[in-house]
Design a protein around this ligand. Structure first.
Ligand SMILES: [Zn+2]
Length: 202
């Protein structure tokens, strides 16, 4: 998987970004000079730094530094319900959901907080859920070189719930299976049983 994208610096100034927010406020039909909106561009630009902080993180580099050697442990490791917030790249609208990760280690493991940070590195960008799913799996594959990786992502897309088709409570589920999870139906079934996404639906 060669979709590793190293961090890049934005090539616009804060002032330019704030001016763009004022333009969108006018486009929506409001007056950016109105009292209640005066500080809004500043707040939005600041919020963008948090929502899109993933562009500054090199997930590959991060994971390559933080794995642990555990010779002898060769059972499946499953981390489920890693929460994420992202934004769809088609509408810049929020995607809220969970990621479930499984892998069969070949000598290297990584802690849950590290994996959550890898999820954030990809989620906190403009995304397509299918792409994010593949990116998380690819990153783990490259850094830990396990026997297999499985990533399942659930996401509620606000571009679907607040506009367009207006469908509430619809969750999109995407998955990437690599190595033994792709080749061995039993391994895949064991993982899916662990995460049990359908039965746990709230
Ligand atoms: Zn969208």
């Amino acid at each position: 998987m060669a979709d590793h994208t190293p961090p890049r610096e934005p090539d616009v100034t804060r002032e330019q970004a704030e001016a763009a927010v004022r333009t969108l406020l006018r486009w929506a039909g409001d007056d950016p000079q109105r009292e209640g909106l005066l500080d809004t561009p500043k707040r939005v630009v600041k919020a963008y730094r948090e929502w899109f902080s993933g562009y500054a993180i090199d997930a590959d580099e991060y994971l390559a530094r933080t794995f642990e050697e555990v010779e002898g442990y060769d059972e499946m490791i499953v981390l489920r319900d890693i929460e994420y917030e992202s934004h769809c790249e088609h509408h810049m609208a929020p995607i809220i959901g969970r990621v479930h990760v499984g892998y069969l280690p070949a000598g290297k493991v990584v802690g849950i907080s590290k994996l959550a940070r890898v999820v954030d590195a990809y989620a906190k960008r403009f995304q397509v859920q299918e792409k994010m799913t593949a990116q998380i799996a690819g990153c783990i594959q490259r850094a830990l070189a396990p026997l297999g990786v499985a990533v399942v992502v659930e996401g509620e897309h606000e571009c679907m719930t607040t506009r367009g088709v207006h469908k509430r409570g619809v969750s999109m589920v995407t998955s990437t299976m690599l190595g033994s999870f792709r080749e061995d139906a039993r391994t895949r079934a064991e993982f899916l049983q662990f995460i049990d996404t359908v039965a746990r639906r709230r």
